[in-house]
Design a protein around this ligand. Sequence first.
Ligand code: PLP
Length: 459
Amino acid sequence: MKRIYYPEPFRIKSVEPLRILTREEREEKIKAAGYNVFSLAAKDVYIDLLTDSGTGAMSSSQWAGVMVGDESYAGADCYYKVQENAKRIFGLPYIQLVHQGRAAEKVLLPVLLAGKKYAIANMHFDTTRAHVELAGSRAIDCTIPEALDTTAYHPFKGNMDIARLEEHIKELGAENIGVIIMTITNNSAGGQPVSVANIRAARDVAHKYGIKFMIDAARYAENAYFVKQREEEFRSSSIAEIVKAMFEGVDCFTMSAKKDAIVNMGGLIGCRDKEIFELVKQRCISFEGFITYGGMSGRDIEALARGLEEGIDENYLRYRIGQMQYLAARLDEAGIAYQTPVGGHAVFVDAKKLLPHIPYYEFPAQALAIELYREAGIRACDIGSYMLGNDPDTGKQLEADFEFTRLAIPRRVYTQSHLDVIADALINIKERACSVKGYQIVEEPPILRHFTAKLKPIE
Ligand SMILES: *Cc1c(COP(=O)(O)O)cnc(C)c1O
């Protein structure tokens, strides 16, 4: 089998030592954590794949920026720099800093949804859905059906189902819909990309009915890289040109800079319409801080301004997406199923297929996450029935469409050897899969239980 190998386009200047516990120690730690990976201390984890959000490694240039970041309350130098870079990259005239992605949603969504009943998206990320609901509206997902089949190939599994979008608009009434949102890449569908053609089609439908069109831009750069690889029209375009094409004619965007802008904290809002931007600025002052710092320290703004540029470097993106492809190729060799083709920020292992003897109500994806910790000190998380929780009306465990164990890869943090440890651990677990047990919950809070519940193995 052909090895996919795009070496790291950097060398390492500063290292953070990691402790590797023995198997016995890990056994004790996970038991003491109530078999909940969120309750593990990070220092007891060897490879932490819980999330790719805010966990990236900054470059020497970004660290240098931390020293020159201007901490003035108003009109700091770094504010002008981030404005200039964001306007050039995204092509929208008005940019507001905020402290992270959900802050952007909290500030912008109530403006777009005022007096409206619905938001429609290719798929809402959890915090986006929460802020649509907090604004008193309902969030409707409209992903193409191919996204639900983990084994089927589709170059743009994150796409919006355009025909259904238009049906929804006709059924619900255009006047009741505040915004149409395109999440790029489609995080909840497995970091799957959206084509520029699909963005344009969704935008044109929105505008045909006089509805605002917004991009949730957390992974703008990874999406652009997939477009270059897979969409004929853009084969010879630069990443910068593709990002411009993705944002053409878009009314607004929200962005968590903790992903593709490779900073540990930060976010942005972009607007084309001056009236909307005036409201955004007012709300920003109430919730985040004065408009020129928006809840961020100057040093973090400076790192963000530089990270926006580094995120769209094609050499970096080739290595970044190459890491997912390398890990996926190793899983292919071993016959381990995952959401295919592999997405931009994570490998979503199909735990239902790896542990077929564990039913959804005994949480196969959680069982696999626990097994990865036992096997090699790897921390992954369940995106399945364990995370979904109980039916609020009947209290009965719900069955999720997927039982995924998500391996989210932080940016520029782990080497190819670490990826081999991950692949080898999964292969070892596969060999003894039939001895892996399911879990039952012994203690759970009523909402978002997966963060704090306690479990025990079923003997
Ligand atoms: C992470 C993320 C958010 C929320 O951003 P935070 O910085 O975590 O608040 C919103 N949308 C998408 C698609 C994300 O991945």
